[in-house]
Design a protein around this ligand. Sequence first.
Ligand code: IPD
Ligand code: CA
Ligand code: CA
Length: 278
Amino acid sequence: MSVQVSPSQLKEYHDFAVEVATKAGEMIKKAFFQKKVVTNKGNDIDLVTETDKAVEKWVIGVIKERYPDHRFIGEETTDLDAPFDFRDDLTWIVDPVDGTNNFVHNVPEVAFSMGLTANKKVIVGVVNIPVLDLMYTSMRGQGSYCNGRKLAASSVEELKQSMVIYDTGVLRAPWNVDKMLQNVRNIVTNSHGLRSYGAAAVHCCKMAEGYAQAWVEYGLYCWDFVAGLLIAEEAGVYVMDPDGGPCDLMGNRILMGCTEKVARELAAIITHHDMRKP
Ligand code: IPD
Ligand code: CA
Ligand code: CA
């Protein structure tokens, strides 16, 4: 049976997410200026810190207390080797620290990201970039905001006039590096330039702000972009799968354009790569 969410419930969930993101942001900001305890996850550049774990643990606690019947998917407590148990039920999807590599290297583009899904669609998205004092918020159908200022995507009409975001992710297998370099070449020769901020949630917010016109990334998980996806869509950004179909939250990849035309122009010049299959 599908989940029904009334407008007042939607507002309540949004306000709760903003409250949680504010406090999580305080934890991240405090830790950002202190010595970090870092360990590797899958490989030498897939990093995790005590802050990632502490923030997620705290968030799980507050969600359990406030909404004991809601489900939760978080980066630090999910088994990547098992299929995700993603259901129609209300589900909070959280990346406690998006941009851990930035965090470790004192680069300020570090985000807390929290999205709520119902019937497998994101209905609330909040991204806090605390070191830069930027709080991005959105509810489905009600626009998106940064520190209360309404956001609107760029109105650029062509890829060749676009600033494109492309990130290298954390997989350095030679087949993947080769495809990434091909994509860098294709993007650079077909646009105004290429930027990379090292945090998928930040990339979504750049699109929503109109600071970039297109973005494509492979090898992501739902927690990297679920909140940012809504923030971008509510600002008028066109979101799709790089293959051309609708974006799949569990599909490990995303492509955005300030318009559908720009998105499809980018999709047409990209070498598609599935991170799991060389
Ligand atoms: C990473 C960031 C990065 C992306 C990586 C993600 P993390 O998340 O979003 O931009 O390229 O694929 O893993 O590990 O810092 O939460
Ligand atoms: Ca992430
Ligand atoms: Ca993370």
